[in-house]
Design a protein. Structure first.
Length: 246
């Protein structure tokens, strides 16, 4: 079962999720183990990364022993492309905290062998001991990561074609839809569901319809976020608008 918390606003949600992440990092540090975090990109988690950076600067939260895996990456964008998700992570988190770059993993959008790269990504997650916590957004198609509909429950990290709705939504970052890549590499639904804990963030009235579907439809490949209902520790962090109450 997934649970729902309706926060006052996106900032309050970011503070709450950052506190959960900080607690995991500190608990793992005390146990002498690395915390393994699954991270997301897009507009939604930006306040979360700002809060994590603040905790690092002002409250001594160290990322020195944190290992991260990002959900996805566009195909064909090099790491230094301003719209690549590696670049996003560098800008918004990695360059602002003390995480060793070798501990950060983002699928390689430039690989010549996507199947091998995706297999290696899965193996790296397993070798790290699995994801302690996965941060998610949700797309208007119902995607989690870039698992566009239809995405089955047993899907693994793989190359996917992007939905036209997603390409249009993400064209705001590229300037025009033609510049948005047509494919990506993404963790699969099964990969995501294996995280020990999942924190999904969705804000604004534009997400209200898809959040309602994700929570109320029976789990189905046509709305991949519905699979989260099967996870034992998944929380939807909403604001009044995305919860349909504003
Ligand atoms: P957004 O994207 O945060 O930019 O709305 C969410 C997603 O596509 O998962």
């Amino acid at each position: 079962m997934s649970s729902v918390v309706i926060h006052r606003d996106a900032q309050a949600a970011a503070v709450a999720v950052a506190a959960d992440i900080a607690a995991i990092i500190r608990e793992r540090n005390r146990a002498g183990r690395a915390a393994v975090l699954g991270l997301a990109t897009g507009s939604t988690p930006l306040p979360l990364y700002r809060e994590l950076v603040r905790l690092h600067r002002e409250e001594n939260l160290s990322f020195a022993h944190v290992v991260t895996f990002n959900l996805d990456e566009y195909e064909g964008l090099p790491a230094d492309h301003p719209q690549s998700y590696r670049h996003y992570m560098e800008q918004n988190l990695f360059s602002q905290v003390d995480i060793p770059r070798a501990s950060t993993h983002v699928p390689d959008g430039m690989t010549g062998d996507p199947a091998a790269a995706c297999g290696a990504f899965e193996k790296a997650i397993a070798d790290a001991g699995g994801l302690d916590l996965q941060v998610l957004g949700i797309g208007r198609t119902g995607h989690i990561g870039f698992n566009e509909p239809p995405s089955a429950k047993d899907t693994r990290t793989r190359r996917v074609a992007l939905d036209d709705v997603t390409r249009k939504d993400n064209s705001v970052f590229f300037g025009d839809v033609a510049s948005v890549p047509r494919a990506a590499l993404t963790m699969g639904v099964a990969t995501i569901l294996e995280a020990r804990r999942i924190e999904l963030l969705a804000f604004g009235s534009g997400k209200a319809g898809i959040v309602r579907r994700a929570r109320n439809e029976s789990p189905n490949a046509g709305c991949p976020a519905t699979w989260l209902q099967l996870h034992p520790a998944c929380t939807f962090h909403l604001d009044p608008a995305s919860s349909g109450q504003a």
